[in-house]
Design a protein around this ligand. Structure first.
Ligand SMILES: C[S@@+](CC[C@H](N)C(=O)[O-])C[C@H]1O[C@@H](n2cnc3c(N)ncnc32)[C@H](O)[C@@H]1O
Length: 254
């Protein structure tokens, strides 16, 4: 999932990516942003991609910075924000040192810290936290490891309701996302075609404290509909709550 991957993916992005801001149930991302929004504060979107959230942030903050390393996705973001005077979009590899980026009051990052490489991932997390002003807030959305396993549980239930015995129902589920025991122990699963880091709730709390030096305020479920999660329109109507989810870490720099 390097810059070439994201560049090649840019033309199909809007069609294929279920982004948290647009598709999350109950507008959870927006609700968290509103908690800390003010026209006297500046915000940055780390890994903004095609910038779907930037117009929303532009209405709620004084200055909005959008960073990403994909020039193609940033082209889409620039087109989207062409008339927005308070949005500044800049190319940056956020796994490299980011000391040159301005300090801000709020940082939002939606499904950007997905890289399986632990060094690149930790650099991204530390760099991002370093750009928060004291008292500033981070809102970071990432895939949930728990939710991925829970999805398999629900698939078994689906097979049972289709008339299979429990043993048959379990056997019918093919765990396509699981790469190997080693990768599973690291929270890395295939999503689409790519190895993708998934996080445990407790892991996020430790990462906030140990790597980012932030105080966790909340770890919130950002729910999706089953139809978007399973990419299968035949998902039965009974498959309701609890819905699949990403985690949103909300943390403060003290
Ligand atoms: C799944 S997309 C999410 C984009 C956007 N936040 C959204 O929700 O639609 C992940 C984004 O992270 C960006 N990204 C991944 N690694 C990066 C890095 N090291 N530096 C900058 N951007 C990165 C990718 O280019 C891509 O735009």
């Amino acid at each position: 999932m390097d810059v070439n991957y994201w560049n090649e993916f840019a033309d199909e992005y809007d069609e294929h990516v279920i982004d948290a801001f647009t598709y999350g149930r109950s507008k959870t991302v927006g609700q968290q942003v509103k908690r800390f929004a003010s026209m006297e504060k500046d915000v940055a979107d780390f890994g903004c991609g095609p910038g779907k959230m930037l117009p929303y942030l532009s209405e709620k903050f004084r200055m909005v910075y959008g960073y990403d390393f994909s020039d193609k996705l940033l082209d889409s973001a620039r087109k989207r924000c062409v008339d927005l005077k308070n949005v500044h979009i800049e190319q940056a590899d956020l796994s490299l040192p980011v000391d040159h980026l301005p300090l801000v009051d709020v940082i939002v990052s939606l499904n950007a810290v997905l890289m399986p490489d632990p060094e690149l991932r930790t650099n991204f997390l530390r760099g991002m936290a370093s750009r928060l002003k004291p008292g500033g807030h981070l809102i970071m959305n990432v895939p949930s490891a728990e939710s991925l396993l829970y999805g398999y549980f629900r698939e078994i239930e689906w097979n049972r309701r289709d008339g299979h015995s429990l043993t048959e129902a379990e056997k019918l589920v093919e765990p396509h996302c699981i790469i190997s025991p080693e990768q599973t122990s690291r929270g890395v699963f295939i999503r689409g075609t790519e190895p993708t880091k998934h996080y445990l709730r407790e892991e996020l709390i430790v990462l906030a404290r140990e790597e980012m030096k932030l105080e966790t305020l909340d770890v919130i479920k950002m729910e999706y509909d089953w139809k978007t999660e399973m990419e299968d329109d035949s998902t039965p109507d009974w498959m309701g709550e609890p819905y699949p989810w990403d985690w949103i870490l909300v943390a403060r720099k003290n």
